[in-house]
Design a binder for this molecule. Structure first.
Ligand code: ATP
Ligand code: MG
Length: 262
């Protein structure tokens, strides 16, 4: 089955599901015995130590990595067998580190989110698409539409790459560390935006972050991943993570949280 930005995939099951999922990388088992179901409209935070397999899980969901055993399904389909163009929005780890030599306006960057394999050559027309205009509004960058991305602050650039994912009108949004290098005001703005997308636009969100404070503030549900799923439940019920093994990588978060309380 193929789908582009103008077509919607008919959902035949849960938004996202992993069952008995095992993933190897370079011959080493990275994810094992992963099971979860995520329904439409959920905002799920994924936390865990460095190397715990968070990005690996996202790449498997996107169909880029292949499970060694078990399976993952998105909209009820095997991600390997379906073209998600336009139906899944993805902001990769370090996505905001766009080379500043690349001359591009905010509007042009966000327009890239509307490109499907079929309409690679119609960027000019798409720059004024209603979806691009709306994405710029949602991320609060309408006033900076014609500004060169090299002149944006870290937080603004992060909002721009989120806007690029939103321009596709995707139902499922997947973010890998969207809050890195973002100042506190922008971070709160982005969290508010993600919350609104979930509540007002009925988007389903999956956000990997080391920032436990941010996850507590915004996600409804948390999956703690360290090779296996160590915790999956309501954000309000996260156990004292210092009691869990292998907390490398969450240290900064505690520092960050303490700083915030000061
Ligand atoms: N391209 C690769 N080839 C082989 N192994 C890899 C590759 N990328 C990651 N790994 C290994 O897979 C494991 C999980 O990595 P992954 O990037 O999924 O972790 P992560 O939870 O996203 O970490 P971080 O918080 O640092 O982003 C690590 O042991 C890592 O070394
Ligand atoms: Mg990662």
């Amino acid at each position: 089955m193929q789908a582009d930005s103008s077509s919607r995939i008919n959902r035949v099951g849960s938004m996202l599901e992993a069952s008995d999922l095992y993933v190897n990388r370079s011959g080493r088992l990275v994810l094992e015995d992963i099971n979860f179901v995520i329904e439409k409209g959920e905002f799920v935070g994924i936390v865990g130590p460095n190397g715990g397999g968070k990005s690996t899980l996202l790449l498997t969901i996107l169909g880029i990595l292949q499970p060694t055993k078990g399976n993952v399904s998105v909209f009820g389909y095997d991600p390997k067998t379906i073209n998600f163009n336009g139906n899944v929005g993805w902001v990769s780890q370090s996505a905001a580190s766009i080379p500043t030599k690349m001359r591009m306006t905010v509007r042009e960057l966000i327009s890239l989110g509307t490109i499907s394999t079929r309409d690679l050559f119609s960027i000019r027309r798409r720059k004024n698409d209603a979806s691009v205009v709306r994405a710029m509004e949602l991320v609060g960058l309408s006033d900076l539409a014609d500004m060169d991305i090299a002149r944006l602050s870290g937080g603004q650039r992060q909002r721009a790459v989120i806007g690029r994912a939103l321009a596709s009108n995707a139902e499922l949004l997947i973010f890998d560390e969207p809050l890195v290098n973002v100042d506190r005001d922008s971070r709160n703005g982005i969290l508010k935006l993600l919350d609104d997308l979930c509540h007002n636009e009925d988007k389903t969100l999956l956000m990997v972050s080391h920032d436990l404070t941010a996850i507590r503030q915004s996600a409804h549900r948390v999956i703690y991943l360290d090779g296996k799923v160590q915790f999956d439940g309501k954000t309000s019920e996260i156990p004292d993570l210092s009691g869990l093994a292998g907390l490398v990588g969450l240290e900064d978060v505690h520092k960050h949280a303490n700083q915030e309380e000061e």
